[in-house]
Design a protein around this ligand. Structure first.
Ligand code: ARG
Length: 579
């Protein structure tokens, strides 16, 4: 199945060659959606100068050579030289019939690339915050979408599992007892554990601080008993992360863990290689990479510190190792870092240093998918009202409760169990959709009431649209009507508007994969759901004037449902059976 835009592009390109000669082969026809037609081609404006003619004349000649009678009603030249193209209803219906017969619904299978995606990356013994929630949700949607487009995704959960706080955390674990309730807090309320360890460190009774410092040394020296205790902390934290991933229906598993500690053995070599290549120099005792293109205040170059003056390695060194590993060992074609926007400079410096060091060849694309901050109603980074760090689990549970309240009002007739199940899908879907529907690099305000609303550009609105179609199809089946295959036909304008949107699905999914912008798919699905509403208002389905029209409309309903479900699925959002 080929999208309308692709078909028109191909026809326009043939016409350009026929009208102006072979040297115009492959010219971009500058096709855009239009408010006056389905599409407009603006190529005449771009070519007029080169052809030594005026745009309107170029457009007219182009139209004379344009062979689209089977696809469009007569093309029109308008304005300064736009070519307006309106698709024929019968052609749209035939295409929609083809889309319904296509298990991929028109989504292309692309030339496979290997794509490691770094996302989620919470820190051990710490609560995940809303920033981690957003990189988790956006990264997971990108992983699902790229996989669906045929790529091999390697999930890399770069958890923060190394560093000096582990001395204090291990000593605290020993003090409370490995099997104690206090230790188990790590898996349910990690901040409580962290705060308790911190308090012990600050109080420093019985030489705690000293023990903690010695523990760091033992950890770095690879002392087996210390490593075992460290692993215990990781396991408890991982159980906490997994409980959040489960609740969120995120695809990450333990097999995707590739935390900071994974790279420990490589850091010395990274520094040696940089030094040997003349890329790193010692400055104030620290080994630094200076990159001319990164300057700070007063135009002074900012260094990327790869080895601190105390001999320790930094976050940047580890990230150099991540790139080297992903390119050299995983054979990446494209590497994504779905990481908070405030880390942009850090990652740009890492990427630049890796290119210089030869660890990142020119033909491997590396992208920082920047994640914007999530703000509270006060416009500041989201915290609880008391200013304490927010407990993510509590937040997600609150979303589910609010969804339950909305459902209780909207659907009192559902059983409490069923409502509970749906509330979970709706509450979680609402939070995920809020993260996804805004451009990933912009900030947005976290507002649970808006997120769970059944109206507006929300997850629940789309879930509701899908559930409504299911109910139409269910009623048809109960009435003994189940038109599986067969043609979709077009009689009303609302049908053609819906078909035109449906046929754009493949292009949108491919666009999300190319631009790494899930919000495009959200916008598309929202528009699709609105067009469906208009269609359903204007075109009776079960009470259609004749059986052939009714059956065609039911098929159009079925196709819309599949596109909605598939689209929500790529975003990682469930479509409840009923709502
Ligand atoms: N753990 C880090 C944080 O919480 C994010 C790590 C992102 N990934 C990376 N390769 N730097 O901010």
């Amino acid at each position: 199945m080929v999208s309308p835009a692709d078909v028109l592009t191909e026809r326009l390109q043939r016409a350009l060659v026929a009208a102006f000669g072979g040297e115009y082969a492959g010219t971009d026809p500058v096709l855009r959606p239009s408010q006056f037609a389905d599409f407009q081609a603006n190529v005449a404006l771009a070519l007029a100068k080169r052809l030594g003619s005026n745009p309107r004349a170029v457009a007219t000649t182009l139209v004379e050579h344009l062979d689209v009678a089977d696809v469009c009603v007569a093309p029109e030249v308008s304005g300064p030289g736009f070519v307006n193209l309106t698709l024929r209803g019968d052609w749209l219906a035939t295409q929609a019939t083809g889309q319904a017969a296509d298990p991929r619904l028109g989504v292309p299978v692309q030339q496979p690339q290997l794509v490691p995606i770094d996302y989620s990356a919470p820190n051990v013994a710490k609560e995940m915050h809303v920033g981690h929630l957003r990189t988790t949700v956006v990264g997971d949607a990108l992983a699902r979408t790229l996989e669906h487009l045929g790529h091999r995704v390697v999930r890399q959960n770069h958890i923060g599992d190394w560093g000096t706080p582990f001395g204090m955390l291990i000593e605290h674990l020993l003090d409370v007892g490995e099997d104690s309730e206090a230790a188990k807090l790590l898996a349910s309320d990690p901040n409580a554990f962290y705060q308790a360890a911190r308090a012990e460190f600050d109080a420093d009774t019985d030489g705690f601080a000293d023990r903690a410092r010695r523990r760091v040394v033992a950890l770095q020296a690879g002392d087996p008993d210390t490593l075992r205790l460290w692993q215990e902390l990781i396991d408890l934290s991982t159980a906490y992360f997994n409980s959040i991933y489960d609740l969120l229906d995120v695809t990450l598993t333990d097999a995707d863990l590739a935390g900071e500690s994974t790279y420990n053995a490589e850091l010395a070599q990274i520094c040696d290689e940089l030094e040997a290549a003349g890329l790193a120099t010692v400055s104030d005792g620290a080994l630094c990479v200076f990159l001319e293109e990164f300057t700070g205040r007063e135009g002074k170059p900012v260094p990327l510190i790869v080895r601190k003056s105390d001999g320790g390695y930094g976050y940047g060194t580890t990230d150099l190792a991540t790139i080297r590993h992903r390119v050299r060992d995983l054979h990446a074609d494209r590497v994504l870092y779905v990481v908070g926007a405030p880390q942009h400079l850090h990652l740009q410096m890492v990427f630049a240093a890796a290119r210089k060091a030869g660890w990142l060849p020119d033909d491997v694309e590396v992208v920082h998918v920047q994640i914007g901050n999530v703000l509270g109603a006060d416009g500041k980074i989201l915290k609880t009202r008391s200013g304490a760090p927010l407990r993510l689990r509590a937040l997600l549970e609150e979303a589910v409760e609010r969804a339950a309240a909305v459902l209780e009002e909207a659907r009192p007739e559902l059983s409490p169990e069923e409502r509970g199940r749906i509330a979970r899908q709706v509450g979680i879907g609402a939070v995920k959709y809020a993260d996804l529907s805004v451009a990933h690099d912009s900030e947005y305000t976290f507002d649970l009431d808006r997120m769970v609303s059944l109206t507006g550009n929300t997850g629940p609105y789309l879930q509701y649209a899908a559930a409504r179609i299911r109910s139409i199809l269910r009623r048809a089946e109960e009435g003994g009507v189940s038109p599986v295959n067969g043609p979709i036909v077009q009689t009303e304008d609302a049908e053609r508007d819906l078909m035109l949107a449906l046929l754009g699905f493949g292009d949108v999914v491919a666009g999300v994969g190319a631009a790494l912008e899930p919000h495009r798919l959200c916008g598309y699905l929202f528009d699709l759901a609105q067009r469906f509403t208009t269609f359903y208002d204007q075109c009776p389905v079960l009470k259609a004037p004749e059986p052939a029209v009714r059956d065609a409309r039911l098929r159009l309903c079925g196709l819309t449902l599949r596109v909605l479900e598939q689209g929500l699925g790529l975003l990682g959002i469930a479509a409840p059976e009923r709502m």
